[in-house]
Design a binder for this molecule. Structure first.
Ligand SMILES: Nc1ncnc2c1ncn2[C@@H]1O[C@H](COP(=O)(O)OP(=O)(O)OP(=O)(O)O)[C@@H](O)[C@H]1O
Ligand SMILES: [Mg+2]
Length: 345
């Protein structure tokens, strides 16, 4: 048979934070995970009301629900369908899932055992998968726009030219028209190549990050007349494949934003390799913008910026955006040499 000490060991071995709460909402016991999760010491929590662990805004509602639960207690998840948050000592909140089990631990006291699970990783993955769907959707829209505006129009124009060529009687004119058609076909082939490069960077594998980015910047100059002043030396060989792709996409999006939104025709990109990480800085002296808070950034209309952050976080790096209306925009993206995996954020 297990003795009291064994049961304490079982209680402490739970991966979830566990709290034993009485009918008045007073915490009687907690396990090691609870101390780690909430940041309070055992002594600070024992004897205090469980609402101490609930954010201000939900405290009143929690008390009411707790009393109602006390009238007909049965094992069940708490707040089903709600996104529950727990409050830590340092004032931060964590998304949690809580299950409740009524039990009578003392001779005449009814208790509830609460198992609290930190679901921030799960929540983050869900947000990420939502963003990936949004990004894929946006990419599809972009592709369809490009196919329509660029290639379809080119092909229609070529068809008309070929028809006119057939009717052309003048030898000189016919020769000029034929040369023009060949040139247009060449231009369309280049366009398709650029599009392929945007979708899936073939040079990244074969020639490395600096060469692949060099091609992107040249294309941008050719197509938009936008000059990217870049120093790309010493960039290759430091990062693994995943970090390389993350940095490539981040720089591509940041420069693309400068082209589309900044209202200027140049930007500067520099790279620095120090303290175990490569940092890319993309700076434009354009119109800048009002940066919303982290919550709004995960909504529609900010897929590019939110995607940069997520990409960096997935390889253990981070992105800092500095911008203000009229003050230009600086994006600094750091990715570590050693992939430390997704940090919370
Ligand atoms: N360098 C910049 N200069 C000025 N405004 C910018 C810049 N970068 C981003 N913005 C502003 O931030 C908004 C969101 O940018 P984000 O990249 O997140 O959008 P997006 O979903 O990628 O759309 P888009 O494809 O148009 O860039 C843009 O619509 C623009 O108003
Ligand atoms: Mg963008």
């Amino acid at each position: 048979m297990l003795n009291q000490r064994d049961y304490t060991a079982v209680f402490d071995a739970s991966p979830d934070a566990m709290l034993v709460v009485d009918a008045d909402g007073v915490i009687h016991d907690l396990n090691r995970q609870a101390v780690a999760m909430f940041g309070w010491s055992r002594e600070e929590l024992e004897g205090s009301e469980v609402e101490r662990l609930i954010p201000d805004a939900s405290r009143g509602r929690h008390r009411r629900h707790r009393r109602r639960y006390g009238e007909s207690p049965k094992p069940r998840p708490m707040g089903e369908g709600l996104e529950l948050e727990a409050l830590r000592k340092d004032g931060t909140t964590i998304p949690v899932e809580i299950s409740l089990s009524p039990s009578q631990l003392g001779p005449d006291q009814k208790h509830v055992i609460c198992a609290v699970r930190d679901i921030s990783t799960w929540r983050r993955m869900r947000r990420l998968s939502g963003m990936m769907i949004a990004a894929a959707e946006q990419e599809r829209k972009h592709l369809s726009r490009e196919l329509h505006d660029e290639f379809l129009q080119n092909l229609v124009a070529l068809k008309i030219r070929v028809k006119l060529l057939a009717d052309e009687k003048d030898d000189g004119e016919r020769e000029r028209a034929r040369a023009r058609i060949a040139e247009d076909i060449g231009g369309t082939i280049l366009g398709v190549k650029r599009m392929i490069r945007g979708l899936l960077p073939p040079e990244l594998d074969r020639q490395g990050l600096s060469s692949a980015l060099g091609s992107v910047f040249r294309d941008i100059e050719d197509v938009y007349g936008f000059k990217v002043h870049a120093s790309l030396s010493g960039l290759d060989g430091e990062l693994d494949e995943v970090a390389t792709l993350a940095l490539y996409r981040i720089v591509q999006e940041a420069v693309g934003n400068a082209v589309r939104h900044a209202g200027v025709n140049e930007a500067t990109v520099t790279f620095e390799s120090a303290k175990g990480a490569v940092t890319a800085t993309i700076r434009d002296e354009g119109c800048g913008f009002e940066l919303p808070g982290a919550e709004a950034l995960s909504g529609d209309g900010w897929v590019g910026l939110a995607g940069m952050r997520e990409r960096a976080a997935l390889v253990g790096g981070h992105v800092v955006v500095r911008t203000s209306p009229g003050g230009g925009t600086t994006i600094r993206a750091s990715v570590p040499f050693q992939n430390t995996g997704g940090q919370s954020g």
